[in-house]
Design a protein around this ligand. Structure first.
Ligand SMILES: [Zn+2]
Length: 221
């Protein structure tokens, strides 16, 4: 497959396998062919011996650098897409951060910065999912993954999970949940938290001693 840019260059000469020479369109190139064009792995490499930058060369023939990476016949590498976002609020419902699920499968966290999002949650307080909804909850289901938690909530239950899955479990999460529940109901101030770990294999990180709840049909998010 020949690079598309060759159709827009003057004086194209084949210089080897997947390699061509042409007059550089970005500087007055009359006598010698200063521009080398090479094709490698679906990518077009440009080199002007006079020193023109690649973006100047493509601009001179009304193309963009992106065009060099999208040669026909070569499937473009998919860039990650956000396919789901999960909000994490503090006890009062203030949005602290968001977990984004990407495709190809990956998870990233970001925080609101007033104008949009910053992909850095280094100094952001970590809380469990749906913390602000746990007040007065008689029973809280601890599952692995926001998708499962949201599904239980859609069934009318109270459910939570930790950001980053079981590996991201922190010691203070159980206390966070217990405090949130007590806050909702002063009468149960002294009641012990009743957490239930649900989910496949019960691999809920640092959580110990929770009875398994029956949660049929729950898969890994
Ligand atoms: Zn040049």
């Amino acid at each position: 497959m020949k690079p598309a840019i060759l159709d827009r260059l003057r004086g194209v000469q084949k210089a080897g396998p997947d390699k061509w020479l042409a007059f550089c369109p970005a500087h007055p190139d009359q006598k010698r062919r200063s521009l080398s064009v090479a094709q490698t792995g679906g990518k077009t490499l440009l080199h002007c011996f006079v020193g023109c930058a690649s973006d100047a060369i493509v601009a001179a023939v009304r193309m963009t650098l992106a065009d060099l990476f999208s040669e026909p016949g070569v499937p473009p590498t998919p860039s990650p897409q956000i396919i789901a976002t999960y909000d994490y609020h503090d006890e009062r419902g203030t949005l602290l951060f968001q977990v984004c699920r990407l495709e190809p499968k990956d998870f990233r966290m970001r925080r609101p910065d007033g104008a949009g999002w910053t992909w850095n949650v280094k100094d952001v307080r970590r809380v469990v999912h749906r913390l602000h909804e746990l007040a007065e909850a008689e029973r809280v289901y601890l599952v692995e993954g926001e998708k499962d938690a949201d599904r239980l909530v859609s069934l009318g239950l109270r459910a939570t999970t930790s950001p980053g899955g079981a590996k991201g479990w922190r010691r203070d999460y159980a206390e966070q949940i217990a405090r949130a529940r007590r806050r909702g109901d002063p009468r149960s101030r002294r009641a012990r938290p009743r957490l239930r770990a649900a989910g496949r294999g019960g691999s809920s990180g640092g959580w110990r001693g929770g009875a398994r709840a029956h949660a049929p049909g729950l898969g890994r998010a």
